[in-house]
Design a binder for this molecule. Sequence first.
Ligand code: G4P
Length: 529
Amino acid sequence: MNDTQLAQEAGLRRTFAIISHPDAGKTTITEKMLLFGNAIQLAGSVKSKRNDRHATSDWMKMEQERGISVTTSVMQFPYGGRIVNLLDTPGHEDFSEDTYRTLTAVDSALMVIDGAKGVEDRTIKLMEVCRLRTTPILTFINKMDRDVRDPIEVMDEVETVLNIQCAPMTWPIGMGRHFLGVYHLYNDVVHLYTQGQGSHIPEDKRIEGLDSPEVDEVLGEEQAEELRMEVELVRGASHQFDLDAYRRGELTPVYFGTAMGNFGVREMLDGFVEYAPAPQARETDVRDVPADDPRFTGFVFKIQANMDPNHRDRIAFLRVCSGKYDKNMKMRHVRIGKDVKIADALTFMASDRSQVEEAWPGDIIGLHNHGTIQIGDTFTVGEDMRFTGIPHFAPELFKRVRLKDPLKTKALQKGLQQLSEEGATQVFMPMDNNDLILGAVGTLQFDVVAHRLKEEYKVDCIYEAVNVQTARWVYCEDAKMLEEFKRKASTNLAIDGGGYLTYIAPTRVNLQMTQERWPDIRFQPTREH
Ligand code: G4P
């Protein structure tokens, strides 16, 4: 590898995730993008493949029964001369921590909005997370084949609720039964919609130029005139696309279409590969690491268990930040200070996986994990540094876990330790008793943990209510004061699964009072891995 090749390969990568509210069409648009990337033959197979995988993966049976998707998978496909890496995220909000962490591994995001519903809760929350790293956002307003809201109104809502400027790139021609296509405001091309093309790549029926008489022929004179006036109005009233403002996360280019009808997706993808940023420099505790730094670096943002139940394996998903991964290379696992030879990293094409020979910045590789890798771990070629900004959120729900068979304590501890390293749950061990308290962001996490403890560790457990309402990680530079705090507040202190001191508050009022009483102690709602 030489530096030019590295810069070139990195420059081709577009690594992103989709943010949306459930049902806005994330799965459908994923299928259509894979179709355009020739990663699947027939649109629709993401769902069926997913189901196959669920069927073979025992703990996921539960989520299948509930009809939700808990997994994060990675899909790589070529498009427009680029290599696109799409990191899928769980749809259900109970697994939002997974989604937040995945968002730390992308360079941009695609926001899918249901044109009838506008901006919904989950989107607001996910947008906040994107803001933490000023992730550039491209927008697709979906379901134009339905009777949706006035597109101007939807864009207004995006601007006011999400506090980001909208620059329409395409403009819809009609909607619902009268949805006829989109007009590309920058290429001056009318793209015509034909129904029933959802399962294959539709032919691009286009008319060059809004003023072309062909537009009048196809739309009818009246509607053609209406469209021209509307376009003039939209041009005057909305923001112009500005690449820098998009890259700074201040403006979002907006595309319209129907994921189900596989229309408008092509224009969005064309814009995406052109404007979305290639792999960006990333912060560590020592220095910023640009993608074209020849020294290999990466970090783990996700650990997934039992992707292949025949091997009971756990896969750590590593985002390559700089340099090149070569099969059989040696890397330093920084947290444990060990050099490891990686011979069997995996790559992901849709939901299939195969061994990878090489990987470049922006790519995701899967490392087999035998319990040593944790979320947030950095890998380098010897340099001692850590990537920062992979957050751990304070849980909002707590339960005490009790064993049905008290002789299984060891197995329970081991199971909880591993599940917390994976990020499936958080464990807190109070300082003044032997309870084990689990913390979660969503209640389904508890069900998954109980299920996995039973299946994987042969431990039957039950949950009990516990008097904890919120948790904060405790930091204090003054060792003496910290000791005093530990003594005086011990009934509300615990050690979490990572060994960090945590204040577990019975009420928010209690937390507030404690914070007031101890102004020099920091109570943090997030902790970095
Ligand atoms: P999600 O992953 O964001 O949760 O959404 P998903 O793609 O599963 O889409 C949610 C529902 O919306 C699906 O209907 C899907 O077919 C529909 N949908 C997605 N895009 C469009 C679109 O452009 N137009 C219209 N009219 N519908 C769309 P469903 O009935 O819940 O599932 P299914 O039986 O169709 O799979």
